[in-house]
Design a binder for this molecule. Structure first.
Ligand code: CA
Length: 240
């Protein structure tokens, strides 16, 4: 028994020197279906050749970046800033009209476990809503702090650039081997790996696991319960 107690204590101490960088859409909030619906509605209204799958494949970019990227790739033209902002505004309004989004199943338990063990909990998102912090803390309890958030307002280049995750790593004060990215989207995985960090993907959407492995995800889980089970094992990477 003594040995087990010692092991647990060692683990708790270890997690105090770790940081977990949580993506938001599709990881903290089950918001991607609403984003995809709003995206399709906006595209249909403007006769754009965009599909829900574009929304998932391009997930991770800022909203404006997704629109600019898709107009170039699918409509073969360079958009104006005004057009991008108008489409972004409309998509955002349609997203908001769909009502409150719920947490991803099981993520509260992951957050509570890491928080209880003293790990740093961060949000690294391309979203830039002013009300984001309040919404996070209203939903998950007071686990999030503005100084541990990297949003669209904090970076020059959003995902898949490594900049958002590099910024979180720099602010964490920890080594790269002590920082772990939790992502659901291929471009988010790409950003985390380009920053030189370990990336655990939780595939909560319709894309294949292969798309996440193709971006060099270190592990791919299907549920938050699987991630939690992995994090609480004795022999995984978080206990280096
Ligand atoms: Ca995401």
């Amino acid at each position: 028994m003594t040995c087990c107690v010692n092991n647990i204590n060692k683990y708790v101490n270890d997690l105090k020197n770790k940081a977990f960088f949580f993506d938001m859409d599709g990881i903290l909030f089950d918001s991607m279906p609403y984003h995809a619906e709003a995206w399709e509605e906006m595209a249909a209204l403007h006769g754009l050749n965009f599909t829900a799958m574009d929304c998932y494949i391009q997930e991770g970019r800022t909203g404006q970046d997704v629109i600019s990227h898709c107009l170039r790739e699918k409509e073969h033209r360079e958009p104006t800033d005004e057009e991008v902002w108008a489409l972004y505004h409309e998509k955002t309004e349609r997203f908001r009209a769909k009502g409150p989004v719920l947490p991803v199943a099981g993520v509260q338990q992951v957050l509570d476990y890491l928080h209880g063990a003293g790990a740093q909990i961060w949000v690294v998102t391309g979203s830039g809503q002013d009300s984001l912090l309040k919404h996070l803390n209203d939903t998950f309890g007071l686990l999030f702090a503005r100084e541990r958030m990297i949003t669209a307002y904090d970076v020059e280049h959003g995902k898949p650039s490594p900049e958002p995750y590099l910024k979180a790593w720099e602010k964490s004060g920890l080594g790269k081997e002590q920082c772990f990215v939790i992502e659901n989207a291929p471009l988010g995985v790409r950003a985390g790996k380009a920053a030189g960090l370990t990336v655990y993907a939780v595939n909560t959407g319709p894309l294949s696991d292969e798309m996440l492995y193709a971006e060099q995800a270190d592990r791919v889980f299907h549920t938050m319960a699987q991630l939690l089970e992995y994090l609480t094992q004795d022999d995984n990477n978080t206990k280096k």
